[in-house]
Design a protein around this ligand. Structure first.
Ligand SMILES: Cc1cc2nc3c(=O)[nH]c(=O)nc-3n(C[C@H](O)[C@H](O)[C@H](O)COP(=O)(O)O)c2cc1C
Length: 363
């Protein structure tokens, strides 16, 4: 099922080399001003072909809103929007239709769909499917920003090289500035990370990395125990983003090595507000927001489509085979995951906010 969410429900449709990709949204409260320019901006942040560290596939993803918008406001109908696929070169995919790419979804999809899946560009397993997440998420982001909730993701690591964030660069336009093609929150790390990607690319290889995401100013108590805890919902959507392999909240796996006295976040008052001195919980206790920033990290694997020769099998001849993937691919997916993750997170947070009735006084 391609549907996600409870109150703010999204269904994705389309495929990488088909006519279009988009989203069908139900549960968008009526009468909400929606800035289509803002949706296009988020789409352009996700788009390929922006720099030497992303794929050459150049697509200007122009949004078409089919229904759900009237005089600039949500009309109460389902909101249906999509972009057309234009810069599509499917010729190469005929070659690999029976030699599955190691690391991609080609082989399990071939078996599951009995060979009738649209394999061109990875079909529904393509990174292009995240366009629907970005459209829906950018609407969610707009609504959340009206209640002061802000979501920012940035690169923490590429190819094992760390770019520790500097506070002043988080929540700043620097993450998306044209010189910062790796989307770090630390200007001194840009060149190091770029050259890591370039070196891999020169060798016909790819690299992965870690993205950190923060949700600021979330009211206390957002999240629904037990199955719709913030962690469960965020993890669910994170693993719907292709190429993600892990997620950890707050201190994450390192919590296993700490004592309770170290890990507990002690409370104190600051300007009549309750805060914690540390944020090992990543802003979540019992699945509910505790008023501190929600902080989590996502592991992104190295792109599977690489031009280095690899072993594979031929599914028609039932024999071992070799493959070096051609076509246009991201040598590192991390910079493109940043806008996708922010917008996917916004979908979850808006849904939980609607489930907990936190918007009723505002809209
Ligand atoms: C924005 C984005 C762009 C991507 N671009 C590529 C790409 O160019 N080449 C590729 O092999 N995989 C790319 N992927 C990842 C694949 O879609 C993904 O690895 C594949 O569907 C298998 O799914 P899995 O890695 O989650 O198991 C991209 C993912 C995202 C989110």
């Amino acid at each position: 099922v391609n549907t996600f969410g409870d109150k703010f429900r999204i269904s994705l449709f389309g495929s990488s080399h088909g006519n279009l990709v988009g989203v069908f949204i139900e549960g968008l409260p009526p009468g909400i001003e929606i800035d289509v320019g803002q949706i296009n901006l988020e789409l352009s942040r996700r788009a390929p072909g922006q720099s030497k560290v992303t794929t050459d596939r150049k697509e200007i993803d122009n949004l078409i809103v089919e229904t759900g918008l009237f005089n600039g406001k949500s009309s109460g109908e389902p909101f249906v929007a999509f972009v057309r696929n234009k810069d599509v070169d499917s010729s190469y995919y005929d070659e690999i239709k029976s030699t599955p790419r190691p690391g991609h979804a080609d082989y399990p999809a071939f078996i599951k769909y009995k060979g009738s899946n649209d394999y061109r560009g990875g079909g529904q397993f393509s990174g292009r499917m995240t366009i629907g997440l970005v459209i829906a998420g950018s609407i969610a982001k707009q609504i959340l920003s009206r209640i002061g909730v802000n979501i920012q993701a940035y690169t923490l690591e590429i190819g094992g090289i760390r770019a520790d964030p500097i506070l002043e660069y988080i929540n700043s336009s620097f993450i998306y500035s044209t010189e910062n093609i790796v989307r770090v929150a630390n200007p001194e790390s840009i060149n190091l990370l770029v050259s890591e990607i370039e070196q891999a690319k020169e060798k016909g290889d790819s690299v992965g990395g870690i993205v950190q995401c923060e949700v600021q100013n979330l009211p206390v108590g957002v999240g629904e125990p037990i199955f719709d805890s913030i962690e469960s919902r965020i993890s669910h959507i994170v693993f719907s983003i292709p190429a993600t392999k892990g997620v950890e909240f707050g201190s994450g796996f390192s919590a296993a090595k700490m004592h309770g006295s170290e890990h507990n976040d002690e409370y104190y008052f600051e300007n009549n507000k309750i805060k914690t001195k540390t944020n090992n919980a990543g802003g979540i206790l019992g699945g509910l927001s505790n008023g501190m920033p929600v902080v989590f990290r996502v592991a992104v694997k190295p792109t599977s489509s690489i031009s280095k020769t690899q072993d594979t099998v031929n599914l028609e001849q039932l024999a071992d085979s070799k493959l070096n993937v051609r076509g246009r691919h991201d040598p590192c997916i991390v910079p493109r995951v940043i806008p996708v993750l922010e917008n996917a997170t916004a979908i979850v947070i808006l849904d939980l906010i609607l489930m907990g009735n936190f918007l009723s006084d505002v809209i």
